[in-house]
Design a protein around this ligand. Sequence first.
Ligand code: PA5
Length: 484
Amino acid sequence: MALVLKSGFTFDYDNLFGEGKVTQADLDSYAEDLKKAHEAMKVMRETGFIKAHLSKDGNPEKVYFSKLPYITEENGKLNLNSPASIKRLHDFTERIRNNVDVVVSLGIGGSFLGNKVLFDIFCGEFWNTWSAEKRKGMPKVYFSGQNIDARRTGDIIDHIKAIAEHKGGKIKVMLMCMSKSGGTLDTMSNFMVMYDALKKCDNIEVEVVAVTDPNMEKKTLLKQLAVENGWETFAVPDGVGGRFTVFCEVGLSTAAVIGMDIEKFLEGARDMDKACQNEDIWQNPAMLNAALKFAASEKHGRNIEVMMPYGDYMKSLSEWYIQLLAESLGKQFDKDGKEVCYGRTPLVAVGTTDMHSQTQQHQEGALDKVVQFIKVEKWANDLVIPNAFPEAKKLADISGVTMSEALEVARQSNADALKSNHRFNACFSLPELNEYHLGELLYLLAMSVAYEGELANVDAFNQPGVEAYKRIMGPKLQELKASK
Ligand code: PA5
């Protein structure tokens, strides 16, 4: 059983729905809630309204992520994607090409995770070792700010200095500081350390680009600095929470830096949004995914979701999803103020790597998981396993097949084995790992948590829980500073 879109994107739920799994009766029991959730999504698309959603300051706040796939003049007024903003991103690409040697993208959480997905999938592990020609003139890219780790930050600084020395002459380094709130400790501490260290180098020219809330009346600290120093800025618009920013200028400015096809990425998201407007649950990938996972959790105790793409460069996609699911749905109180302590727990896994570690748990451990596979049907660069040692029968037996065929046999075998032991699993299939299908997948996952928020009656767009440690950390840092 599978939902197949015209594009070829497939959601195979055969091992999640049916006898001994989530049943039709389970879904029928949510019929009214599903109708209401679908209605709420329609209202959100049209007006940005989400019942009971409040901002960090406790004020009603609009939710605009579903507008991001659309490139319209009207969206431009809300600092969302417009023909002018997309043109500016293209101009940015051309300004950087053959002009900037190194970009350091600084950010954490929503200002990091989506960017890393784009980089890993479209650049891979060795981008920074390639020649400028092979990178089509685009810069080397490093990430920082996603921890407060002096060792790694120091290493990046030393590495950039070494690049400058090796090249001779002067190199240009662009620090892209990304923070919606404009003052996040992790991001800003790394930014200041790096800015200060690199500025002192005669052979390094430093340029800063700030990606932050564009509000000019109530400027963020980063915006204030950008205005004072004349730094170029991109926007993290109102109504777009961190975990949805991969479709706004946070993700798109990174896409511009690596020369990705931005329009195709948004087109994939847009087509998925259209599919998710279908009121028939069997034709609506987000409603179906949310309903099946919600029922698996509520009716069958499968409240852990293992996100397990097959392919190394998709690991960061799992990590992006962890934030999306955890921050959106892990809530103590529902929209009516009742204590519910809701939230399925997400886990990162990668196939085949984790078949040699986690799979034992998935196969025989507690019956509390749904394993969500992601597979790519056609890989761009496949390799045939050669008959390198014909005398070794075991090795000769696997020769002649491609590595991606072997990868899929491994995934399918894992799915079959899980199924044989009543372990729920499902699979998203991407015809190819390109901008369009990645846009489809990321948008589907974002829209699914929005549906699930409605089904569970929790606000999927706030994150009050992360304020608790911040309230403790602030004074502690002050104390530390005073003791110096
Ligand atoms: O989803 C979220 O809102 C968070 O993960 C934020 O993205 C993260 O805390 C970083 O915040 P900021 O972009 O304001 O620096």
